[in-house]
Design a protein around this ligand. Structure first.
Ligand code: SF4
Length: 345
């Protein structure tokens, strides 16, 4: 049996039962693909289910206010993806008569859709012959060919793309693409691939050369940038002060605690110590700040939230909200954690 047939047979027997694999409309595929970028399946599952209850179709999503869309995404991170879905839904409703683009070229015109997502939607939702190339597929191809080159080496991406096209099964575009991604996610995993369960075992060069664990070769590590910020948690008269959403940038559309100006964006690199001097004292110096650490791609964030429950000063670009209202507003996850810490439900 050829490798591709073996893969499809393996997929029929072992595919996980995931909600986006049922009732495969372009809209459902689009939402799942954006949700699964940078997010693991088990994290995305409850979000996907809630999203489909709240925004079951394009029309509902297009009509929803951005704050509702961001609220439904709260905690998943990379909020640009939610904004892309919202903008895309509005674009399809307003300019394409509610008809989802049905070719790869037209899909590429939607916000936030690049080569991978367009190939995924075109093949999974419309059965068009486009091979996908995501991190899982790349790893499988690199191991099949025992390629020990660093993943950032020049020209490798283009070669991988040619291999993916050459290996692709145009008679079964959707199932083939999904099977390759599923194999990478569940069998040919980054650490300890389960070669004995793999439909490619007989033809895989990395397995034959016993070097699967060395592939892919990661690029030389750039030290993560450390970003330290201090925020004010002002609470007065039953209301909390929040900074209005940015008009652009990572937190566009999200409410946050106000940044403390004396501390704004004290950036320093890993290995060096944080700046010690500061120009103004923090509010409520003796109250304990709440610390949240999290990572985003090449950045390590350290956010300190300082309670300030004695003054009711308004700051420009900020608004006071009741706790009930603040609870319903979309916030970045670090700020939501701080909110829940200081104002538990
Ligand atoms: Fe990956 Fe092993 Fe399968 Fe090769 S045989 S593709 S290394 S799981």
């Amino acid at each position: 049996m050829d490798l591709r047939q073996g893969l499809l047979r393996w997929f029929r027997q072992h595919a996980r039962d995931l909600p986006w694999r049922h009732d495969r409309t372009p809209y459902r595929v689009w939402v799942s693909e954006l949700m699964l970028q940078q997010t693991q399946v088990k994290t995305a599952l409850p979000y996907y289910q809630r999203w489909m209850e709240r925004f079951p179709d394009l029309r509902t999503l297009a009509k929803a206010p951005l704050s509702d869309v961001l609220k439904a995404w709260e905690g998943l991170g990379y909020y640009r993806r939610a904004r892309f879905l919202h903008e895309g839904a509005k674009h399809i409703q307003e300019h394409l008569g509610g008809h989802f683009p049905n070719t790869r070229e037209k899909l590429l015109e939607l916000p936030g859709i690049g080569p991978y997502t367009s190939a995924a939607i075109a093949s999974l939702a419309f059965g068009l012959p486009h091979a996908v190339l995501d991190g899982n597929v790349e790893r499988v191809l690199l191991r099949l060919t025992a390629t020990r080159e660093s993943t950032d080496s020049p020209g490798l991406k283009a070669r991988l793309s040619r291999w993916a096209d050459g290996f692709f099964d145009p008679k079964h575009p959707g199932p083939f693409n999904e099977a390759m991604m599923e194999l990478g996610a569940t069998v040919c995993t980054p650490v300890q691939p389960s070669c004995t369960r793999c439909p490619f075992a007989a033809g895989c060069l990395a397995r034959r050369q016993m070097c699967a664990h060395e592939i892919p070769v990661p690029p030389v590590k750039v030290p993560a940038k450390k970003i330290s910020r201090d925020f004010q948690v002002a609470f007065h008269g039953g209301r909390v002060l929040l900074a209005q959403p940015e008009e652009s940038g990572r937190w566009q559309g999200l409410w946050t605690f106000p940044l403390l100006p004396s501390y704004s964006e004290s950036r320093f690199h890993a290995g060096k110590s944080a700046p010690k001097s500061r120009s103004r004292p923090l509010p409520s110096e003796n109250a304990t700040p709440f610390l949240v650490r999290h990572s985003i791609v090449q950045e390590r964030h350290e956010s300190r939230f300082h309670p300030d429950f004695h003054r009711g000063e308004t700051r420009s670009g900020c608004r006071w909200h009741s706790l009930k209202r603040a609870r319903s507003l979309p916030m970045p996850i670090a700020h939501r954690k701080a909110f829940e810490h200081f104002f538990p439900d």
